[in-house]
Design a protein around this ligand. Structure first.
Ligand code: SF4
Length: 333
């Protein structure tokens, strides 16, 4: 079992104990000075009990989204396939093809023997069928050849599977295997960046955020906690316009307590994120600042201010930029 101890049990029972906090890039964390680390440890310590209790109450209080891959009887393979499906598509779209996919490809060995063409057919409803089919086939071939069709229960080995990164590996371990580890996706990262805004620098490396998540994770209820965090990020602590009035973490959240949420679009967190998104999207389209300004019918100065994070564009301006770049506003916000 590697570094983990696993105990399989019912929902409220203790499922496992994380012995080693894998996945934390200690080199990145160690870039923080001793004072910064102490400050962060203290901030986590101060909030850990309240954070866990509030989040678990939210997660277990009927607020969670229901998806077929979240059923407790799901195997690690089924959780892994869900994560493959969820890449670059919505949960609603993925849910439509999930059961049919598993019915035809119930395990990695069956999937590895199928042709890419046949796998692609199952993805037509969610788009990018050839890329998805290639990814699924590679993943299945690897599992068939290296792990005899089994899903490994160690982080290091999961990360060797083609297409599997830290988030997917942790999701498979926690949701699919009952092994306690903290799942961090962009939603969870945003929540933690906001809740601990006074203690961690903006744009903290993922390793710092993962360290916070690891410390907050209640081992006994890691599955509920992880799913609750994902849902809170998707439904309440949204990138733009977080619904702090309804948030169970409002009383422990630096972002909220600083009073920046009333004007969420003006917050530096949002400004920074939009700045990065606009810059990235513009570069992807190979447009200069001037060209984007011309296409969006805004001044070059406005683009410069947005991309440098000095000002938060109004929704209308975001719409104009999105139109000019031919992307959705969601991509930029
Ligand atoms: S209080 Fe607001 S900013 Fe803080 S975690 Fe909740 S929704 Fe996010």
């Amino acid at each position: 079992m590697g570094r983990y101890r696993v105990v399989r049990s019912s929902s409220s029972a203790i499922l496992g104990t994380l012995r080693g906090r894998e996945g934390v890039n200690h080199r990145d964390v160690s870039l923080m000075s001793r004072t910064e680390t102490d400050k962060l440890d203290l901030a986590i310590e101060e909030k850990v009990t309240q954070f866990r209790r509030k989040l678990l109450r939210y997660a277990c209080g009927g607020n969670r989204r229901q998806f077929p891959w979240r059923e407790k009887t799901r195997s690690p393979y089924e959780v892994l396939i869900a994560e493959v499906l969820l890449k670059r598509t919505t949960s609603t779209a993925a849910a439509k093809i999930y059961e049919a996919f598993l019915l035809r490809f119930p395990d990695p060995l069956v999937l590895s023997r199928a042709s890419t063409e046949e796998i692609a057919e199952h993805f037509t409803k969610v788009g990018l069928q050839w890329q998805r089919a290639d990814a699924a086939k590679k993943l299945a071939l690897y599992l068939a050849e290296v792990d005899r069709g089994e899903i490994p229960n160690e982080m290091d080995r999961l990360l060797l599977i083609p297409g599997v990164g830290g988030y997917t590996a942790r999701s498979v371990l926690s949701v699919g295997m009952g092994i306690a580890c903290a799942v961090v996706d962009s939603n969870v990262e945003r929540i933690l960046q906001r809740v601990f805004m006074r203690s961690i620098p903006l744009k903290s490396p993922l390793s710092v955020v993962q360290k916070i998540a690891d410390k907050l994770l209640p081992v006994a209820h890691h599955r509920e906690f992880n799913l609750g965090m994902l849902d809170l990020g998707a439904l309440i602590c949204r990138p733009a316009f977080p619904r702090c009035q309804e948030c169970p973490l409002a009383k422990v959240c630096d972002y909220r307590l600083r009073g920046v949420t009333a004007a969420a679009t003006k917050s530096y967190v949002e400004r920074d994120r939009v700045a990065v998104s606009v810059r990235r999207a513009r570069k992807k389209k190979r447009l200069t600042l001037v060209e984007l300004a011309r296409k969006a019918r805004i001044s070059k100065q406005t683009v410069i201010r947005i991309e440098s994070g000095k000002s938060m564009p109004l929704p209308e301006t975001i719409q104009k930029i999105a139109n000019a770049l031919d992307v959705s506003t969601k991509t930029l916000t």
